[in-house]
Design a protein around this ligand. Sequence first.
Ligand code: NAD
Length: 352
Amino acid sequence: MRECTSIIITVGLPVQDGRPQSYPLGECLRSVAAGLKRGDLVVVRSTLVPGYTRDFVLPILESSGLKAGRDFYLAYSSERIAEGRAFEEFEQMPGLVSGIDGESLRRAKELLGIVTKAPLIEASSFEAVELAKLLENISRDVNIAMVNEMAKVSKAMGLNIFEIIELANTHKRVNLLYPGPGVGGYCIPNALHYLAARAESLGVPLPLLEAARNVNEEMPAYVVSLVNRHLPVPPAAARIGVLGLAMKDYSSDTRCSPALKIVWLLERSGMRVKAFDPAVPERYPFSVDSLAEAVEGAHGLLVLARQEGIDYESWELFRNAMSRDGRPFIIDTKRVYGGRSFERDGILVDSI
Ligand SMILES: NC(=O)c1ccc[n+]([C@@H]2O[C@H](COP(=O)([O-])OP(=O)(O)OC[C@H]3O[C@@H](n4cnc5c(N)ncnc54)[C@H](O)[C@@H]3O)[C@@H](O)[C@H]2O)c1
C-alpha cells in the first residue's frame, strides 16, 4: 500500500450454509483502508452480493477519512475469466467496468486495458455490473440444470442426450450446454447464494433459479443411482474406480466438486472407492496414484472429469483388471465415449 497507487482486490465471499461470508473481504478492505493514500485507485473484481461495492466496500475504504471520488478513485469490474484459460481470457474477454464517478471509470479502464485487449464496456452503476456478473454465472447453472433434467428423460427413452443437444443446437437461437455429474467450483454454485442474499432482503422470491440449483445439486445422487442400477454385487462388497475428481474438465480445482460428493455418497452406502486424478494436487483417503490402481478389482468405473493424464481408452487394462464378479461397467458422465451406451470386451458402457 505504501508503494502502489493502483489496488486490485479479488478476495472472494466464501459461502457457508448458503450464506455469503464477508469477513475475508472486510479484513482485506480494512488493511487497504489503513494504507490508502490520496490519488489511489481501488478496483474491486471479486464477485459480490449486488449492492456490496456501494454498501460494504465504500464505507470501509472511507473509514480511512478519505472520500471516494474526491480523494481516491473507486471502480468495480467483474472478473470473467475461466480457470484453465485465465491468461488467454485476461486479454481476450471483454470486461464490464463501473466507477463511482467518471474519473474512477476512466482510470479503471486505463489500468485494466494494460492487459485486456478486448472491449472494456462502461456500465451505468456498480450494481449493474455486480448483477450482470451473477446473471452470467446463473445462466450457466440454469442451462445445465435444464439439460441435466433432459438427460434423465432422454435416458428413460433410450436416447443419447448429446445427440439431442447437438440437434437442438443447430437452431440459430439455441445454445445448450452439456449435462454432467453436477455443477461445481467456486463461481457458478455460489452465484445464486450471492443473489439470494440480496433478493431476500428485497422480498423477491427466486423459485426458478433455486429449482435449477437444486437440480444440479441432486445430480451426484442421480449418478449414484446409475451405479446402483448396474452393480453386480451388494454395495458393501462393491469397489468403484473414479476417473477424475476436479470440479470441471482439465481443472486442478476440487472446490465444491460434484465428484467429491459422489465419492462421499458411494462410501456412505458401503462401497470402496479409489479415485485417480493426476491434475489434482490434494490427497484424499480414497486417492490413488495411477489409473491401474483405480481400475484394479473395480466392479464399475465412473468418469467424472476429463483429464490429460487419464487414458480413457485403456481397454486392455479394463478387461484384465476389473472385477469379474458379474458384468463390469463404466458410467460416463463426460461424453468420453460419445454419449452412447454399448458393450465392449464384456464391459457395459453407460452414459449419463
Ligand atoms: N477463479 C476463477 O476462475 C474466477 C473467475 C471469475 C471470478 N472469480 C471471482 O474472483 C474472486 C477470487 O476467486 P479465487 O478463485 O481466486 O478465490 P480464492 O479464494 O482462491 O482467492 C482469494 C484470494 O484472496 C486471498 N485472501 C483471503 N483473505 C485475504 C485477506 N484478508 N487479505 C488479503 N488477501 C486475502 C487469498 O489468499 C486468495 O489468494 C471471487 O470473488 C471469485 O468469485 C474467480
